[in-house]
Design a protein around this ligand. Structure first.
Ligand code: SF4
Ligand code: SF4
Length: 318
C-alpha cells in the first residue's frame, strides 16, 4: 500500500465520517485465483499458474451463511470462477434459492473447450453476467488483457446475444470498463453511450449497462505503476479527486467478500491486501449479530473508490 501525507482514515475524520457496514446484501465469493488470462490490470494477480481454489467444504459453509443472512445477491468472482471444479454444482445449489446470481465472467473462457456450453447453462439459471471489456477497440483490450482477447470476447458477446443476453429483460449482460493506465474512470453514462454505439455499429452487439471501475493501486497494477515510476503520482491523483458524496454508497457498506480459503473481508481489494474484516476471521464465525455495523478496515487504496464519481464492482457510486 502506498503511504501518503494524509491517510484515508484522516480524510474520513475531517469529514466526520465513520465507515460502518449495513446489513449485507451482496455475498461475494472468490472461487479462486486460477484464470485463463493474466491481465495487466488484474487486482487479484490471477493467472493460469495460480493453484488457490475454493474447496467444496468451504462452498458448503458459504451456502449455509447465505441462507442464514438471507442475502439478496450472490456475486461469483475469481480468477475465472468457471474454472473452479465445483462451479456447476454451486450454480445448481444457488439456483434453488430465491436470489440474484452474478457471475463475473472474463468472456474468453466462454469460447474455450468445455466452457463453450456454459452460456446455455447461465441462461437456464437466469444468471446475470458482468464481464470486463476495458475498451471497444482491439488495440486497447489486447494491450491490457493479452493478444487475441478482444476477438474471443467479441465472439462470446455475440453468442450471449444470440441466447438473448443483453436483449431479454431476464438475461442481463453488463460490461466493465477500467482505464488503460494511471487515470480515473470517466463519466459512466457518457462512456456507456459510446460503447453502445460502437459495439452496435461494429458488431451488432447489445448489452445492458456499462460499469466504470477505477484501478486501485494494488497487486499487479501497482507493480506496473512502480515500474513506470508513476505510483505516487497516481495515488495523489486519487487523493485530489476525493469525493465525499461517494461515501454512503461504498460497496464495503453492503457487501461481504469471502476468499477461496474461507476468510472474510470487507471487500475484494482488502482481500488482496490481506486486511481481514474486523472481528470476523473465517466464514464459520459469521452470525446475525457480528455481521451488522462493523467498522470497515480502510487503507490508502480506498482513495481509488472515492475518486471522482466513485468506483465499485457495480461501477460508479454517484
Ligand atoms: S482481470 Fe479477470 S480475466 Fe484478467 S487475469 Fe484477472 S481475473 Fe483473470
Ligand atoms: S477499498 Fe473501497 S470497498 Fe474496500 S474498504 Fe476501501 S473504500 Fe471500502
Amino acid at each position: 500500500m502506498i503511504s501518503t501525507k494524509k491517510s484515508f482514515q484522516e480524510v474520513l475524520k475531517e469529514h466526520h465520517y465513520e465507515l460502518k457496514t449495513n446489513r449485507p446484501e451482496i455475498f461475494q465469493i472468490n472461487l479462486g485465483y486460477l484464470c485463463n488470462q493474466q491481465c495487466k490490470h488484474c487486482h487479484v494477480d490471477a493467472s493460469p499458474y495460480r493453484k488457490e481454489i475454493m474447496n467444496k467444504e468451504t462452498l458448503n459453509t458459504c451456502l449455509q451463511k447465505i441462507d442464514e443472512l438471507q442475502v439478496q445477491t450472490v456475486d461469483l468472482t475469481g480468477g475465472a470462477p468457471e474454472m473452479n471444479p465445483n462451479f456447476l454444482w454451486l450454480l445448481d445449489e444457488l439456483a434453488k434459492r430465491d436470489l440474484e446470481i452474478i457471475i463475473r465472467s472474463n468472456l474468453t473462457i466462454l469460447v474455450e473447450g468445455k466452457f463453450k456450453s456454459y452460456p446455455e447453462i447461465f441462461k437456464q439459471k437466469k444468471v446475470r453476467i458482468i464481464s470486463s471489456l476495458p475498451c471497444y477497440t482491439q488495440e486497447n483490450v489486447d494491450k491490457q488483457r493479452g493478444k487475441g482477447v478482444y476477438d474471443k470476447s467479441i465472439s462470446a458477446l455475440k453468442k450471449l446475444n444470440e441466447l438473448g443476453y443483453g436483449k431479454d429483460k431476464n438475461l442481463i449482460l453488463d460490461l466493465v470498463y477500467n482505464p488503460g493506465g494511471a487515470s480515473i474512470a470517466p463519466d459512466q453514462s457518457a462512456l456507456e453511450l459510446d460503447y453502445k454505439k460502437r459495439l452496435q455499429e461494429d458488431f451488432d452487439i447489445k448489452f445492458n449497462q456499462l460499469f466504470c471501475i477505477t484501478n486501485l493501486p494494488i497487486a499487479r497494477f501497482l507493480d506496473d505503476l512502480e515500474k513506470a515510476g508513476k505510483a505516487l503520482e497516481y495515488q495523489q491523483k486519487l487523493i485530489d479527486a476525493f469525493n465525499p458524496a461517494t461515501l454512503n454508497n461504498l460497496m464495503c457498506r453492503n457487501t461481504i467478500s469471502v476468499s477461496y480459503d474461507g476468510k472474510v473481508y470487507d471487500c475484494d481489494f482488502n482481500q488482496m491486501l490481506k486486511l481481514p474484516s474486523k472481528g470476523i476471521q473465517k466464514i464459520e464465525d459469521i452470525n446475525a449479530e457480528n455481521i451488522l455495523q462493523r467498522t470497515v478496515l480502510t487503507g490508502n487504496h480506498c482513495f481509488g473508490c472515492t475518486a471522482g464519481g466513485g468506483s465499485s464492482c457495480q461501477g460508479a457510486l454517484t
